[in-house]
Design a protein around this ligand. Structure first.
Ligand code: SF4
Length: 332
């Protein structure tokens, strides 16, 4: 055996090992690409479905897409931009970020990203941080004043930019957590709407991520390498109860998969006669009709989910459960 043959023979086992590792890596990369493609399709389908179900975007709309620098708002903009390219109608998007002058806010990150993706944008700089710090005593939560100021500024910006709609990045889990927060601490059945007129009556606020599960947004943010800006710069803690409830629903969902989806679906599937709001159902004036009604009171039977059939799960379920959907434009 000459020297070259000896060297090749010595290298052979290593070469075999490294090609097995390469195969494994290639298999993993293929699986990852497959999963991300599936996730991309799901996200675009869910956002398109929410837009269609609630008639969120119409021809000629100018939508102000509120961008905080967190994973949710990046994903919202990303998906809306893709849907805009395929939509059969023309509408405008303008990304808006409010730089509240929180210490350490990396002011260059968002403009660089937005220029890179080629979306019209506006960065509004207003030092609300100093105002909030000045007016809220140390140790007290700053969020309520901060969000009130932010809301006023964003309405003004929307007006100046000529936007008629404001898109916010709240998702399915935010909506369920809000419902539970309102039940636990506000004694009312009130969630977070996918679409509603703003409190000043001037704009329509839309939540295109309404059908999207938060874990999907977490994965998408990593996959798309969004330059996330931490949300703790103001030094105020996120509402502790909200954090606890989010943790609670995630644990439930782990133990009983589909529970968050079912709670979410329930928000669009309300039987008023089986609640007890006298403003919404005429309990005080009802009388026997003489006709059988499957929705009537089953007297001694407990009217649990088994009696009602399996509730629909997921966004599609909620869409159909919510009644005839308004579908002026198909985005999916
Ligand atoms: S967490 Fe900070 S930035 Fe967010 S609302 Fe509260 S005070 Fe404002």
């Amino acid at each position: 055996m000459n020297t070259d043959d000896a060297l090749l023979a010595a290298a052979a086992p290593a070469a075999t090992a490294s090609s097995a590792a390469d195969d494994e890596a290639a298999k993993k990369a293929k699986k990852h690409a497959f999963e991300m493609n599936k996730l991309s399709k799901r996200l675009h389908r869910q956002v398109g479905q929410a837009i269609a179900d609630f008639n969120m975007i119409e021809a000629g709309d100018k939508v102000m897409v509120c961008l905080s620098g967190g994973k949710d708002s990046y994903a919202m903009l990303d998906i809306l931009m893709n849907l805009q390219k395929r939509a059969p109608i023309r509408f405008e998007l303008v990304a808006v970020n409010l730089d509240q002058k929180q210490p350490g806010f990396p002011a260059d990150v968002l403009p660089r990203y937005l220029e890179g993706v080629g979306v019209p944008f506006h960065i509004e700089t207003q030092d609300t941080y100093t105002i909030v710090k000045k007016h809220v005593p140390e140790g007290k939560t700053m969020c309520s004043l901060c969000s009130r100021l932010r809301r006023g500024i964003l309405y003004r910006v929307a007006r100046e930019l000529g936007c008629n709609k404001i898109a916010l990045g709240h998702h399915r889990d935010d909506m369920v957590v809000t419902l539970l927060m309102n039940m636990f601490f506000g004694s009312r059945m009130k969630g977070m709407p996918p679409k509603l007129v703003s409190d000043n009556g001037e704009f329509v606020v839309i939540r295109p991520l309404a059908y999207v599960a938060e874990p999907d947004l977490e994965t998408w943010a990593v996959h798309r390498e969004f330059p996330i800006i931490p949300c703790s710069l103001c030094g105020s803690q996120e509402n502790l109860q909200r954090v606890l409830i989010k943790k609670m629903i995630r644990e439930w969902d782990k133990e009983y998969p589909g529970r968050i989806d079912n709670m979410f679906t329930a928000m669009g599937n309300i039987t008023l006669s089986h609640m007890m709001d006298r403003q919404l159902f005429p309990f005080t004036t009802i009388a026997p009709t003489g006709k059988p009604d499957p929705q009537g009171d089953k007297a001694f039977d407990e009217d649990d989910a088994d009696d009602c059939g399996s509730p629909p799960t997921g966004a599609e379920g909620s869409a159909s459960a919510a009644g005839p959907a308004v579908q002026t434009v198909r985005f999916v």
